[in-house]
Write a protein that binds this ligand. Structure first.
Ligand SMILES: Cc1ncc(COP(=O)(O)O)c(C=O)c1O
Length: 457
C-alpha cells in the first residue's frame, strides 16, 4: 500500500491501541479528552481553540506554572552544553549543588539528599534507609495515606483499591488513625514496642481529602518517634516546594523530621525527579563503607537535566516569591470559596493550606436532593464528584479532580503563578456548578446517565 493510501491514525488512537485503552475510554466518558497544544502558566490551550485553566497542577507538579521560560532555558543550555548527562562514573556537580540548596531550605537535621525519579521511588528509598539505620523492619503509616503505586509504597496505604490483585505487600506495616491529638495515644502504644523503623506520614493528607492536621499532632508525633527510636519521615511529594506557603509543610509546625520525600514540583514539571532529604547519620548508615558506595542508586537519579531543572525551579520560586504568593492567595481563595459556596447545603467545608485546598461535599439533608443523591451514590460512589469535575471542565474550562482516596472532596490546587483574575474565574465556575447541582434536574439526570454508563462499560 502506498503511503498516501495508509489510513491516517491519530496519536490518540495509537495511545489507545498501544498504551492504555481504558484511560482513553474514561476520558471520553467524562468528555475530558482534550488535545492540548500549548501550556503556559495556568493556561492549557487546546487544538479546538479552548483555553482551560489548570486548577489541579498535575497533582501539585506545576507549582511554577506550565513550561516556565526560565526552566525551559536552563534545560536548553544544559542540552547545548553536551555535558555528561548520565555517566554513572563521575561526580555530578549539579546534584551536589541542588542537594546543598534543598537541604539549606529544609533546615534542621536534613543535610544530605538521595536523588531518584519519582515520589514512589523516594518512598522506597525511605523504607530502605530507615531499616538500615534502625535495624528494625516494621513500618507505621497513616490511615487514608497516598504514598505511590510501587509495592513498598502500596504497603503503606489503607485503601485496598490500589493494591487489590497485586499482593502480597510488604509484611510488618501497620496503619494508624492520624491527625488529631486523640490519635497520639495509639501511636505511642505502637512505638513503644520498639519494632518500627519509621513512621511515614504526609503533613497534610492530600488524597485522603485535603486533611489538615491539628496543630499539635505532628510535633507530638515527632517527639514520640524520637523517644522510641523510630524515624519520623514526612512525605512532602505534594506539599513540598512551597505548595502550602513555606518550602515544606513541615515548616508550618516547626518540625525537624529525620527524612523528607520530595518529587513532583521539584523540576518545574519538565523532567522526572525525586529527592529524599535526610540526616548525615541516616545517610551514612547506608553508604557505610567503600564496599557499599553504590548500594542504593538509581540510573536516572542524578541526571543533569533533572538537576538543572531543579536548580532553575528553585530560582524561579525565589525570584517570583511564589511561596509568599501561595500563602496569601491560597488563604484568600479559601475565603472566597467559603463565601461563594456558603448557601449550598451539600458543601460541608472548604479547607487547606497555602495553594492546596479542598471542598468537601456531604449528602444533602433536604428530601428533594436526597432522593437524587442516594440513587446516584447507589450506582457509583465516586460519580457525584466526577460529574462536578466534568461540568467544570466542559461548561467552564476549569480542570480539577476529586481526591484519590476520598471521592467527596474536590481539589483546588492551581499553579502558584495563577493570577487573581484566574482565581476569580475559578471561584465563579465552582459556584455555578454547585448551584446547578442544587437546583437543576438536568444535573442529576445527566449524572445518573453517566453513572450507569460508567458501571456498564
Ligand atoms: C503524597 C504522595 N506521595 C507519593 C506519591 C507518588 O509519587 P509518584 O507518582 O511520583 O511515584 C504521590 C503521587 O501522587 C503522592 O501524592
Amino acid at each position: 500500500m502506498s503511503a498516501a493510501l495508509v489510513p491516517k491514525i491519530g496519536a490518540g488512537d495509537l495511545y489507545a491501541g498501544h498504551v492504555n485503552p481504558q484511560w482513553v475510554r474514561l476520558l471520553n466518558l467524562l468528555q475530558m479528552n482534550a488535545r492540548y497544544t500549548r501550556c503556559e502558566g495556568a493556561e492549557l490551550h487546546t487544538a479546538d481553540g479552548r483555553c482551560i485553566l489548570d486548577f489541579l497542577s498535575g497533582y501539585c507538579v506545576h507549582n511554577t506554572g506550565h513550561n516556565h521560560p526560565a526552566v525551559v532555558a536552563a534545560l536548553q543550555r544544559e542540552l547545548e552544553a553536551s555535558g555528561p548527562g548520565m555517566l554513572q562514573s563521575h561526580v555530578p556537580e549539579a546534584a551536589g549543588e541542588l542537594a546543598a540548596r534543598l537541604t539549606a531550605l529544609a533546615g534542621g537535621r536534613l543535610r544530605r539528599a538521595f536523588f531518584c525519579s519519582s515520589g514512589s521511588e523516594g518512598i522506597e528509598a525511605a523504607i530502605k534507609f530507615s531499616r538500615a539505620y534502625t535495624g528494625r523492619d516494621c513500618l507505621l503509616y497513616g490511615e487514608g495515606a497516598f504514598h505511590g503505586l510501587t509495592c513498598g509504597a502500596l504497603s503503606l496505604m489503607t485503601d485496598k483499591f490500589w493494591s487489590e490483585g497485586f499482593g502480597p505487600m510488604l509484611p510488618g506495616t501497620e496503619a494508624l488513625p492520624v491527625g488529631r491529638a486523640a490519635d497520639l495515644h495509639a501511636l505511642e502504644k505502637r512505638l513503644a514496642t520498639k519494632k518500627f523503623a519509621a513512621f511515614i506520614v504526609e503533613p497534610l493528607q492530600s488524597e485522603a481529602g485535603i486533611r489538615v492536621f491539628e496543630a499539635e499532632y505532628l510535633r507530638e508525633a515527632q517527639a514520640l518517634c524520637r523517644r522510641y527510636g523510630t524515624l519520623f519521615v514526612l512525605d512532602e511529594v505534594q506539599t513540598g516546594l512551597y505548595r502550602t506557603g513555606p518550602f515544606l509543610a513541615a515548616h508550618h509546625y516547626s518540625l525537624d523530621p529525620d527524612m523528607v520525600i520530595l518529587a513532583k514540583a521539584l523540576s518545574g514539571g519538565l523532567v522526572p525527579v525525586g529527592a529524599v532529604l535526610m540526616s548525615e547519620t541516616v545517610c551514612d548508615s547506608v553508604y557505610s563503607s567503600l564496599r557499599r558506595a553504590v548500594v542504593h542508586t538509581s540510573t536516572f537519579g542524578e541526571n543533569a537535566l533533572a538537576m538543572r531543572a531543579g536548580l532553575a525551579t528553585l530560582d524561579v520560586i525565589e525570584n517570583e516569591r511564589l511561596g509568599e504568593r501561595a500563602g496569601k492567595l491560597g488563604a484568600e481563595l479559601r475565603q472566597r470559596l467559603a463565601q461563594a459556596l456558603a448557601p449550598y447545603e451539600m458543601v460541608k467545608e472548604v479547607r487547606g493550606l497555602g495553594m492546596l485546598s479542598g471542598i468537601e461535599f456531604a449528602a444533602p439533608r433536604s428530601l428533594r436532593l436526597r432522593v437524587a443523591f442516594e440513587s446516584f451514590r447507589h450506582i457509583h460512589a465516586g460519580m457525584f464528584g466526577q460529574v462536578l469535575v466534568m461540568r467544570l471542565f466542559r461548561d467552564h474550562g476549569i480542570l480539577t479532580q476529586i481526591c484519590g482516596n476520598n471521592f467527596m472532596v474536590l481539589k483546588v490546587a492551581p499553579p502558584l503563578v495563577v493570577t487573581e483574575a484566574q482565581l476569580a474565574q475559578g471561584v465563579e465556575a465552582l459556584r455555578r456548578v454547585v448551584e446547578l447541582a442544587h437546583t437543576s434536574a438536568s444535573f442529576w439526570s445527566e449524572a445518573l446517565g453517566l453513572a450507569r454508563r460508567a458501571v456498564n462499560i
